[in-house]
Design a protein around this ligand. Structure first.
Ligand code: PMP
Length: 973
């Protein structure tokens, strides 16, 4: 194989612009695009028209360009670039051509790939291959290093490999044994041949393929293998990613069995070619290697994907790519699994042990022994049953041993239960449901958490399948021997007691296995959710065989999304490109329906932690006794008002309670208007104060945004102080004067003490003092919206206005007040309260109800007793300095720098990035690494951090490291 050297001199942007003018009469700026051999540019004219200018490598054959042009014509119906103008030749003999620019972002920038994107890439490639079928040209028969039919060229280059050469050799051996002999007989056609993520453009749900310079005639399935190899790179679950792309491809281009058989070895081979090519160029052309992101960026992910995929059992790989073939005919007349307990006739109880189990709640102590054992036994006693069932295909957080996944809490753990549990008395005899042969057993007490385990082999109707019995007692296995026949109904053991049963509550784990994958007693009983379908297919629902009703399934995420779309207003927003379904929250952690844990850095509502047991208990106790409106006397509301006002400076002494911050801001406006006697209001640019009619009118973020109806006559919008000038001594006065110039009579001024939607803004010194003074001088009042920042989040300050050394006339409180239980409030002066008391009754049915106030009181207790404001200061300062460190390195490393500013106080922080795309990609990637954050600011380029105040230094460090990584890899995950 001749590895073509790359051209040593690349065409510059200004040369390209000149060529575009000369050849095509285009006045355009030219920006270089990546390309291995040819020089590609994006052209942009003054009117905004965009093109791709391709200047081919010196000496490039005309036929090579014609080949691509013909392919693009054949694919004209599909999302590929159109050819805009004819091929030309420059003075020094280089071929030039002009293509349509496809708007969107390269796949590499939207990584990690969602399942939907992977599948639609597969579908598009299937359509492309379908359209190219039957087309052949002599010049498509190329000697290309990427042609998988020529892969063995790497054999001579293995000496360059820096690591794991034997692995690459094994892959090549497998290729030569399994693929090479059949590849020539598989369907052949011209393929695109390089669906890597620099050649795929994503625009919303649309996906397009570009760069046809690797077109070649080969086995068609190589198209899919190449795409799969790239999808596997950087994926946490390469097998799952490959299965998604292949699944999509098969929808539009069916594959023969022989092609599917060759697919996994071809994917491995492609990865092997990739790492060998990189290793070779790194040694022989180091400058070229390091300067080419395209090469260096894929190398490590390619190694990781290669190592992970090569470790997959070949049959498991085939099942992932083409489905598990066997469907099991379940014999109807199986014998009961537990002796003398026929669950077809006898009642049993089904437990919910899922991540979102209401029976267990979020407190992890409920899942520990002996608490869990007592809960289950209690429920069984109550229901007067001998058997409790643990469900099949249930995502559980019950498995804590390292066998189920180690490392950081956000890393994926095994959660999906592949069998059923039959909870019953220890010593209950376990019997074979069908005629069988003993296939394997093991009596290691802690083996895989199964404890002593038996596997039986069954042959029915030409099918072989296996059943697994876990958590038996040790003496179960004494009399068994391999290949011993077992008759239907014959005892094979007894339910074991802890600790000999693996340390679990006495029960039988029962599982069907269609293919043991040579794992025998090591076959998993719990799978990773990312491979759920595959393992469930290998271990189908054993309920029928056990004589119980099939497990009803909870709605999948897709179903929930569809129901939400059908039943709820469409503009009820949902976060993330691939929405999250969250079913459990504990302190700073949120868990999705598969049991994946996320560090919640975004939610300011659960101030003292999700499901804090003190708040939960307070609410439970009160709601079990009384919840009613405030027309009757009750001590909770007055106690809460006393505690709250004690935390406020004078003269803020009078409280009103409501159910949401929007209601509270509404009421605050009514109070202000009643006192001031005029409706006019000054607000800050980009502000958001709530969702009611009047609040939309005072929220420029809404009235100036999509669907907004513009500014009302009575609203004045003052400039939002530039957060980058927060330390500028003259800025406070300057901005306050600008706001003050809008005062034309007694007026109400409303602002968040640190504007959040505005981009986590910290005001310059003196700003609020000056504007508050001017407003008061006009006979007006100032409202501080403390909905996001109040209650100690800022660390050094309990309230945001304290940071500015001012006391507002009205304070609005919301979100975190009840830690998730609806509670909001307004605190004001006796004078303003008196103005409001004008004869019209004030009443909010549920504002200040006994349950809400019980939650509020518990929140204040926890804040105090757990020192959470101090924690916000310590962890916030720590995180701030880590983030400032990252910003300084970013300033040195990238031009323009990825981080522009880091600001905020305590656990209310903003990380301003270069642009909104970078911020939204970072948030998307953080989510895939298990961290939830959000974006805000007028340009949506500020990452917003406002976690529950219980986050730790370790969490802060984890976030800082992950963010560094996410920004450094910038699309190359
Ligand atoms: N004020 C501010 C500053 C807010 O951020 C919000 C909610 N994001 C509100 C008021 C309104 O709160 P709610 O949606 O709870 O009514």
């Amino acid at each position: 194989m001749v590895i073509e050297a790359r051209p040593s001199r690349r065409v510059t942007g200004s040369e390209a612009a000149r060529i575009a003018k000369q050849m095509y009469g285009l006045d355009a700026t030219a920006t270089p695009l990546s390309g291995e051999y040819d020089d590609n540019f994006r052209l942009e004219t003054a009117s905004g028209a965009r093109y791709v200018l391709k200047i081919m490598r010196p000496g490039c054959d005309r036929a090579f360009v014609d080949l691509q042009i013909e392919a693009l014509h054949r694919l004209a119906e599909l999302p590929v670039p159109r050819v805009v103008d004819s091929v030309k030749e420059t003075g020094d003999g280089r071929l030039v051509w002009l293509l349509q620019w496809i708007p969107g972002r390269l796949l590499t920038e939207v990584r990690p790939l969602t399942n939907q994107v992977s599948a639609s890439l597969g579908r598009l490639l299937g359509k492309i291959d379908h359209a190219l079928e039957g087309w052949n040209r002599p010049d498509a028969h190329r000697e290309l290093k990427w042609d998988l039919a020529r892969a063995p060229w790497i054999r001579d280059y293995l000496r360059y490999l820096p690591r794991n050469r034997p692995l690459v050799e094994r892959v090549l051996d497998r290729y030569e044994a399994e693929v090479a002999p059949v590849l020539g007989q598989l369907p052949q056609s011209v393929i695109h041949g390089d669906a890597n993520d620099h050649n795929v453009v994503v625009n919303g749900n649309e996906i397009a393929l570009i760069d046809f310079s690797d077109l070649h005639y080969t086995a068609t399935v190589c198209e899919l293998a190449i795409a799969c190899a790239y999808a596997a790179c950087g994926s946490g679950d390469p097998l799952g990613s490959v299965a998604q792309v292949a699944g999509g491809y098969r929808e539009t281009h069916p594959l023969e069995d022989r092609e599917l058989q060759a697919l996994l070895p071809l994917i491995l081979t492609r990865l092997a070619v990739s790492v060998t090519n990189s290793a070779y160029l790194k040694t022989t052309h180091p400058a070229e290697y390091t300067s080419d992101l395209y090469l260096s960026v894929h190398e490590t992910p390619a190694w990781i994907a290669l190592e992970k995929l090569a470790a997959v059992h070949p049959r498991l790989g085939r099942y992932a790519l083409r489905g598990v073939p066997t469907t099991l005919p379940i014999p109807k007349d199986a014998a009961p699994l537990l002796e003398n307990i026929d669950l077809r006739k006898e009642p049993y109880i089904v437990f919910d042990l899922s991540v979102g189990s209401l029976m267990l709640g979020a407190d992890p102590r409920a899942m520990e022994m002996p608490a869990l054992a007592e809960t289950l036994a209690g429920k069984m006693r109550e229901a007067r049953v001998r058997v409790g069932i643990g469900r099949y295909n249930e995502a559980r957080l019950l498995y804590s041993s390292p066998l189920f996944g180690t490392g950081h809490p956000t890393e994926e753990r095994r959660t999906i239960h592949l069998g059923i549990d039959l909870f019953a008395q220890p010593g209950t005899p376990v019997c074979a449901p069908l005629d069988a042969t003993v296939h394997a057993f093991r009596n290691n007490q802690r083996h895989l958490d199964y404890g002593p385990v038996v596997i039986l082999r069954h042959e029915t109707g030409g099918n072989t399948f296996f059943t697994l019995y876990g958590h038996l007692s040790l003496n179960s296995l004494e009399d068994l021997c391999i290949d011993q026949p077992i008759a239907k109904g014959q005892r094979i053991g007894w339910i074991g007691a802890p600790p000999e049963n693996g340390g679990w509550i006495p029960h039988l784990h029962f599982q069907i296995i269609l293919d043991l994958l040579d794992l025998d007693c090591d076959f998993p009983g719990v799978a990773f959710a990312s491979q759920r379908e595959l393992w469930l297919a290998l271990s189908p629902d054993p309920s029928a065989l056990a004589g119980i009703a099939a497990t009803p399934q909870e709605p999948s995420k897709t179903e929930t999304l569809a129901s939400r779309r059908a039943l709820l207003g469409r503009n009820l927003s949902v976060s993330y490109r691939d929405p999250l379904k969250i079913v459990r929250g504990w302190m700073q952690w949120l868990y999705d329906e598969t049991g994946r844990a996320f560090l919640d850095l975004y939610n300011n509502v659960p101030l003292v932690g999700h499901s804090h047991p003190r708040v939960v208990e307070a609410v439970e106790r009160q709601i079990a006794l009384l919840n009613t409106n405030t027309r009757y006397l009750h001590d909770n509301v007055v106690q809460y008002a006393a505690r709250l006002t004690a935390l406020m400076p004078d003269p803020l002494r009078v409280c009103y309670f409501l159910n949401s911050a929007s209601e509270a801001n509404e009421l605050a406006l009514r109070l202000a208007r009643a006192h001031v006697g005029r409706e006019d209001v000054i607000v800050l640019e980009h502000a958001y104060h709530g969702h009611t009619n009047t609040l939309i009118d005072i929220s420029p973020y809404k009235f100036d945004g999509p669907g907004g109806r513009g500014r009302k006559r009575w609203v004045r919008v003052a400039p939002l102080p530039d957060p980058l000038r927060r330390d500028d001594p003259s800025a406070g006065l300057e901005y306050a004067r600008a706001a003050g110039s809008l005062i034309d009579g007694p007026i109400t001024f409303i602002a968040e003490s640190l504007p959040s939607v505005g981009g986590q803004v910290v005001f310059p010194p003196g700003y609020l003092a000056e504007i508050y003074a001017q407003v008061r001088a006009s006979g007006g009042v100032s409202i501080a919206d403390e909905v996001q920042v109040g209650f100690g989040r800022l660390g050094r300050w309990r309230w945001g206005f304290e940071m500015q050394g001012v006391v507002p006339d009205i304070v609005v409180l919301g979100k975190p007040m009840g830690n998730g239980f609806p509670l909001a409030g307004v605190v004001t002066t006796t004078e303003i309260a008196a103005s409001f008391d004008n004869g019209m009754e004030f009443f909010s049915t549920y504002g200040g109800n006994p349950v809400a106030c019980a939650a509020g009181l518990a929140v204040l207790d926890v804040l105090e007793q757990e020192g959470l404001q101090a924690n916000a200061r310590v962890v916030g300062d720590h995180l701030m300095s880590a983030l400032r460190g990252i910003m300084m390195s970013a300033l040195r490393a990238t031009d323009p720098p990825s981080i522009v500013d880091v600001r905020g106080a305590g656990l209310f922080l903003g990380i301003e990035l270069r642009d909104g795309d970078l911020a939204s990609d970072a948030v998307h990637r953080l989510r895939h690494r298990g961290i939830l954050a959000g974006t805000d600011g007028p340009r949506h380029n500020v990452i917003k951090i406002r976690p529950p105040l219980v986050v730790t230094r370790e969490d802060a460090d984890f976030f800082a490291t992950t963010l560094t990584d996410v920004l450094a890899t910038n699309g190359h995950e």
